[in-house]
Design a binder for this molecule. Structure first.
Ligand SMILES: NC(=O)c1ccc[n+]([C@@H]2O[C@H](COP(=O)([O-])OP(=O)(O)OC[C@H]3O[C@@H](n4cnc5c(N)ncnc54)[C@H](OP(=O)(O)O)[C@@H]3O)[C@@H](O)[C@H]2O)c1
Length: 329
């Protein structure tokens, strides 16, 4: 496995937050660990699984933020059959962790990501023997009108209804409200306990929590007999600042699995965009601002990719996976 990460230099936020969950892009602050060059075999074989609490999941998950999102990702309902093919292909190739959220889907398509996942699971002809074979990790939005734990438990029940399943793999808090609504934060924590105790979720997790808040919620849940299984954070070559590395250290010490989101920097690390070829929609504003500063990183990724006969996305996933899987266990 990879070496423990070196202490990262202070990171500078690149830009604002294009997503309610708190996307914060940071400058890459330290080089990839030397173990990347020494590895003789793959990090994982396709059939391998890793533990997230009691669950066995594929090391690489499948994110579904784009499903139902017209504003940022240009989703159209005519894409559904292609999405279903992607889902089936992923499942057939050993991917069993699917990330979604109750806020995914814009306007009248709100909840579409969960609905599509449910439909694809039901219609899948492939390797699903029991509903628990597919691990759905959904996230509950801390909307200001959800003030009590009961309201969050109802949100969980609505997700289950959209997904048409009896229980979730991981029920996650989408973001913390500790900095602006501490009373709501307590309701969030209590709701995870209730969901877990009622058997609505097999495991609980958080998303967009910093290291200090993670320690607090971990200890609160432990005092209520509920293990915290996962913490989702933006983690890529564009976002490996001090806070992410500290969170990784805290996760390792508490036995909480870190789940990386936006691993391709919303597409900036794939090599398919540059100043003269920007994506449609709000991402273009962000990309126009950030891409010029990434020239040397992207050309380095491209030269590694060309040498290895891989795509830039494959190289990028490998480099940050080295960091991510520096798991002492
Ligand atoms: N917890 C949170 O607050 C939070 C926030 C953000 C994301 N997430 C989760 O993380 C998941 C992934 O993150 P993300 O969607 O933000 O961004 P991402 O995975 O970093 O980037 C997505 C972009 O990469 C492109 N791409 C993906 N695979 C590629 C490949 N093999 N070759 C070339 N291009 C490729 C996609 O192209 P196309 O557009 O052509 O598909 C898209 O433009 C989300 O779906 C969501 O589940 C969670």
């Amino acid at each position: 496995m990879a070496q423990p990460a070196a202490k990262a230099a202070p990171a500078t936020p690149f830009s604002s937050q294009p997503h309610g969950g708190g996307v914060l892009l940071r400058r890459p602050s330290s080089p990839p660990p030397p173990a990347a060059a020494l590895r003789l075999g793959p990090l994982f074989w396709p059939w391998q699984k890793v533990k997230v609490g009691p669950l066995s999941v594929s090391p690489m998950g499948f994110g579904t933020w784009a499903w139902g999102n017209q504003l940022l990702w240009g989703y159209q309902e005519s894409m559904d059959s292609e999405l279903q093919e992607c889902f089936n292909l992923a499942l057939k190739n050993g991917i069993n962790l699917f990330d979604t959220a109750d806020s995914y889907g814009t306007g009248k398509l709100n909840g579409q990501s969960e609905r599509l996942l449910g439909k694809f699971i039901r219609e899948c002809q492939g390797p699903i023997k029991s509903p628990d074979d597919v691990i759905i990790a959904t996230k509950f939005a801390a909307y200001p009108w959800r003030l009590t734990s009961g309201q969050f438990v109802n949100a969980c029940k609505s997700s289950l209804e959209r997904l048409q399943i009896d229980r979730l793999g991981i029920g996650q808090l989408h973001w913390s409200t500790a900095n602006y609504a501490p009373l709501q934060e307590r309701a969030l924590w209590d709701s995870l306990v209730e969901m877990y105790d009622k058997g609505l979720v097999r495991a609980v997790g958080v998303s967009n929590y910093g290291p200090k808040q993670l320690v607090k919620i971990h200890s609160y849940l432990a005092s209520r007999g509920v293990p915290l299984s996962s913490a989702q954070v933006q983690f890529s070559l564009l976002s490996m600042g001090d806070e992410q590395m500290e969170l990784k250290t805290v996760c390792d010490s508490l036995g909480v699995r870190l789940i990386a989101y936006s691993p391709l920097g919303l597409g900036m690390l794939t090599g398919k965009y540059d100043a003269s070829n920007l994506p449609n929609g709000p991402r273009s504003v962000l990309f126009r601002q950030i891409l010029p500063g990434l020239e040397s990183l992207l050309s380095c990724l491209k030269s590694i990719a060309d040498r290895k006969g891989k795509t830039m996305s494959q190289v990028r996933v490998f480099l940050s996976a080295e960091r991510l899987w520096s798991d002492p266990n």
